[in-house]
Write a protein that binds this ligand. Structure first.
Ligand SMILES: *C/C=C(C)/C=C/C=C(C)/C=C/C1=C(C)CCCC1(C)C
Length: 248
């Protein structure tokens, strides 16, 4: 019995496996953030409750995927592309929903939401094909995917989403919108950079290894998803307090 390799009994995390560490901290921080958002939802005004619910769902969906990715990493030392994309295909559209919900009071139409969802699905499907099925043509698919990303950036920085936010008379909303827009521009940019590290023909393959990219993705995911939720939370709680004071 003693001679059985540990691996057969339980998978272990080696003390210098820093990528593995981030699978654990990623999992736990996403789960903790979800619990926080779900609880705090009770403290905000009715009109913010859906936004808070979605913020919690985004981190919760990620937590479940990290739960699996962490296990696969422990037993195989790899992180399959599938889990990341299944996670993103659910969470990125939900992040688009957050933009729509906070702008709805200022006249956002549901067409804006569908456009942003369509751009994100385009971006993710093309990215997935480039990383898996059509790996030999990953540069082409990466380019096609970037068109979708550019569409989202356009809506948020120059298009109708930005115009609605500019026209609003609420400084809190403007500040929150602009923080979210920076997340999309800077926080999300790490994903295409990771894509460029693909071993076979990625432009950055000699600069960053895929293993280190898992580290960057894990930290990036936590910052982007929890950070996004915290912006929504501070907007919701701030404006609920303001209204409570106005009513008093
Ligand atoms: C929580 C997960 C988020 C915010 C994921 C975002 C993912 C992207 C912005 C991915 C973008 C890509 C490109 C722009 C080109 C190469 C392929 C992708 C899918 C990595």
């Amino acid at each position: 019995m003693n001679s059985l390799p540990n691996l057969l009994l339980f998978a272990s995390l080696s003390p210098n496996d820093y990528v593995g560490f981030t699978f654990f901290t990623g999992y736990m921080s996403m789960l903790a953030a979800s619990i926080f958002f779900f609880f705090e939802r009770q403290r905000v005004d009715g009109k913010w409750k859906t936004s808070m619910l979605i913020a919690g769902l985004i981190t919760f969906i990620a937590a479940v995927h990290y739960f699996y990715m962490r296990d696969v990493w422990l037993t195989t030392g790899q992180s399959p592309t599938q889990f990341r994309y299944i996670d993103w295909v659910l969470t990125v559209p939900l992040m688009c929903v957050e933009f729509y919900l906070i702008l709805r009071a200022f006249g956002a139409k549901v067409g804006l939401l569908w456009r942003m969802i369509a751009y994100s699905l385009w971006m993710l499907v093309a990215g997935y094909l480039g990383e898996t099925v059509y790996r030999d043509n990953s540069v082409l698919w990466g380019f096609i995917s970037t068109i979708g990303y550019a569409g989202i950036l356009y809506e948020v920085w120059l298009g109708s989403a930005r115009k609605l936010a500019n026209n609003s008379d609420d400084p809190k909303l403007k500040a929150a919108f602009s923080a979210l827009a920076w997340f999309v521009l800077v926080g999300w940019a790490i994903y295409p950079i990771g894509y460029m590290a693909i071993e076979t023909d990625g432009w950055l393959r000699n600069v960053i290894s895929v293993r280190n990219m898992d580290l960057v993705y894990n930290i990036g995911d936590a910052v982007n998803k929890i950070g996004f939720g915290l912006v929504i939370y501070s907007l919701a709680i701030g404006s609920s307090r303001q209204e409570a004071q106005a009513a008093a």
